[in-house]
Design a protein around this ligand. Structure first.
Ligand code: NAD
Length: 300
């Protein structure tokens, strides 16, 4: 009996593309520094001792320094009041050497997240979460895009995925991934027909099976199985989940929301976890900081 090779999706390699983007940004940062006599500045604010947040924040500042940004973490104790955090943001908003301000979420429960997000100057809001930037993304009027959707769009563009007319199905409607992703994919730049699904969607599989482009941002390992995916689809797995793995020293491994091996046998393109969307999200923070610095330098 002849054995046919199982067709497998090509990988959308976020690690490789993020490395390319960081090297492009190194040149942009050097150019900005020559022109304006200072590097673009990024301040990452961490409140409290959330263990995952501390490692995210140190990763962000290290990435930023590696491309030549003036990056620093401002670490505040868990007991910091909302008023104290607002006062710090006011100082950073006024500091001319600071182009990007990011407050790591989640915040301790006594601080209102929306109050803090809205207190960051929109032109320095490199996470793209301020309502002004959300509105700009929604109205196609520029501004700073949220990093995860921006990273996914960059992956698609650089892989020459022709998005026009595709049926894009987005699973998950968070403010940081699903909702902006659905809005951006339906914009005149990408021209997808978009379905936005969430936990109350009836018969999720009926929607995902109709997707030419499937973006999954839920946080449930193995949610998307091969029978839920159309042959030849482009699959973007945003989920980051820890699952037990006694064979690893740390006792767990990271997986996405998509049953990778089975779905990779059906899809045309697929992002791995780790090494897909995550590194692109990190790279887009750096790109946003350079974009913010250029925009501020252009209108002093
Ligand atoms: P969230 O945790 O705020 O919300 C989850 C969403 O999934 C909700 O909108 C909910 O309605 C939907 N949902 C839950 N169960 C569902 C189901 N059975 N069917 C359909 N929809 C369902 O979302 P988030 O903050 O976007 O995070 C989602 C995942 O993406 C998490 O694993 C998170 O760690 C990861 N994430 C990764 C990156 C990255 O850079 N790779 C960035 C942000 C988030």
């Amino acid at each position: 009996m002849t054995e046919f090779p199982i067709p497998r999706a090509a990988l959308l390699d976020g690690n490789a593309l993020a490395a390319t983007i960081r090297s492009e940004l190194r040149d942009d940062v050097a150019d900005f520094t020559r022109r304006y006599g200072r590097p673009p500045g990024l301040r990452v604010v961490l409140v409290g001792e959330h263990p995952a947040s501390a490692s995210y924040v140190s990763g962000k500042t290290q990435d930023a320094r590696a491309v030549g940004l003036d990056a620093a973490t401002v670490a505040l104790p868990e007991t910091t009041s909302e008023a104290e955090l607002l006062a710090l943001l006011d100082t950073l908003n006024r500091d001319d050497a600071v182009d990007g301000v990011l407050v790591q979420l989640p915040l301790p429960p006594h601080i209102r997240t929306e109050r803090i997000v809205e207190a960051i100057a929109p032109e320095k809001d490199v996470d793209g979460f301020h309502p002004e930037n959300v509105g700009r993304a929604f109205t196609d009027t520029g501004g700073l895009l949220p990093c995860t959707p921006a990273g996914i769009l960059e992956l698609l563009e650089r892989a020459d995925v022709a998005t026009r007319g595709l049926h894009a199905v987005v699973v998950g409607r968070s403010l940081i991934v699903g909702k902006p992703m659905a809005s951006l994919l339906s914009s005149p730049r990408y021209n997808c027909t978009v379905t936005l699904t969430h936990r109350h969607t009836r018969d999720l599989a009926a929607f995902t099976r109709a997707a030419d482009l499937l973006v999954v941002a839920v946080g449930q390992p193995g949610l998307i199985t091969a029978d839920m995916v159309k042959d030849g689809a482009v699959v973007i797995d945003v989920g980051i989940n820890r699952v037990d793995d006694p064979s690893r020293e740390r006792g767990y491994k990271l997986v996405g929301d998509v049953a990778f091996d089975d779905v990779a046998a059906k899809a045309r393109l697929i992002t791995p976890v780790p090494g897909g969307v995550g590194p692109m999200t990190r790279a887009m923070l750096l790109r946003n900081t350079v974009q913010a610095a250029r925009a501020r330098a252009a209108e002093p």
